[in-house]
Design a protein around this ligand. Sequence first.
Ligand code: SAM
Length: 480
Amino acid sequence: PKISPFLEPGKTTKVGSLAILQLSRDNLQPVYLKAPSGKHDGYAEGAVVNTRYGSFPHSTMIGVSWGSQIRASKVDTGSRGRNNKRKRNKSDDDGKEGSATVPEEKPEQESTPAEVKDDSSAVAKKVVADVSGFIHILPPTPEVWTSSLPHRTQVVYTPDYSYVLHRIRARPGSVLIEAGAGSGSFSHASVRAVYNGYPSEGEPKGKVYSFEFHEQRFHKMNQELKEHNLDSLVHLSHRDVYNGGFLIDGKSPEAEAIFLDLPAPWEALHHLSRRNPKNPEDKDWVSPLNPKKSAHICTFSPCIEQVTKTVSAMRRLGWVDIDMVEIVNRKYHTSRERVGLNLSMDRGVNNSARDVDETLSRLTEIETRFREHAAKSKESDDEMDGDEDDGLIRRREKKEQKGGRKRGGEKKVKIHHKPDSPESFETPASGVPLWMEGRLITRGEPEIKTHTSYLVFATLPIEWTEEDEAAAAARHPVVG
Ligand code: SAM
């Protein structure tokens, strides 16, 4: 079977890879990488991702290590004219990373992989003024998928699902029931948790049985599972679980972990019993639970009224160790207070004249160093232009781009992997490296507005039969 990139992405990107482009801290775009469709005038032609940080031909993103920084194309991909006509979208201004020098451009970005167009008008034509934006190319993981997936419903986020999966003891080889599937955020996280290899035949050991009654969501999710090579590990059924329960063709999936993200989880609980709740003697009753293991459940409900109904149904149906948790997630922002300014604040009014001088001379020193650093980076960039060992696609010589000269030599598109390391800013006379100057300030969010849901956990123990008791007594006979 084809291995899902969510489970084993490999080391480098390939044609056909699902890549998550990180445009800025909170702006992630999923894209399927396409091979160049041909060459035009010496340039690779094909799909391009256009963003306010510049244009990124797919050809520059193929064959690079996951996590690489990708520089914007310095050739005109035909997108600037189109983009400039539009207004800039405020929500694209988040995060400083990848901030571009491209002025006032509305991104014409694909919001879902399906929307990526192989735009043959995106032919490199001429050099555009110094487009120096960049993005990072990330492998698909449940975490980045949750942040970038096309939302069809409310989704379960990473802080909640990581805790849930831990509490319901999802681990490699577990069989997990999930309802409803919604946008598939929890499904992706849970299949990774239970993944224990693809089966050569029959059922895999770790598997997710997922249920969704909304028809379009069911079809969309099925399509996504296929695209992500997860369809043999996640079995999705189109069903109303309140009425239809959790059996697969009348057989038990033998689950031991359950997650219910439904408006009325208490209406589905009677199906998750070991015996028919209406008639415990019913021999034809098939339970969806593994009879040899305790079952661990979590229900996810935004309102406390839903919680009380769920807890009450759990008690009646024999669930034990019932408790409720709310994950309250507070973000902290840590930074250094701007170098120099804190000196004057610390020392009070009397010394202010001296401190202002000191501060100014310190800021001048910093600025000089930053300039030197920027000049050095530029020099090494220019050196890299002549460097032939990147093994990526080729482009025209810089001189030729600037004007007139006949095409001949080819150069490769630069992909930068060099972060600005702290060492780049050498220790000044003060003995403290510049990047370490200033007080470290950490601020938490003043108000926590992250209520997602209440998580109700419970356990349904295995049934203890007369036979189990006899077997236990035989193993541990009472002496004396
Ligand atoms: N956990 C999902 C995720 O992380 O993407 C989101 C689930 S969404 C909030 C709830 C889903 O439950 C909806 O897609 C809805 O159609 C589905 N649903 C509601 N009642 C259902 C039922 N009786 N049987 C199956 N699915 C149901």
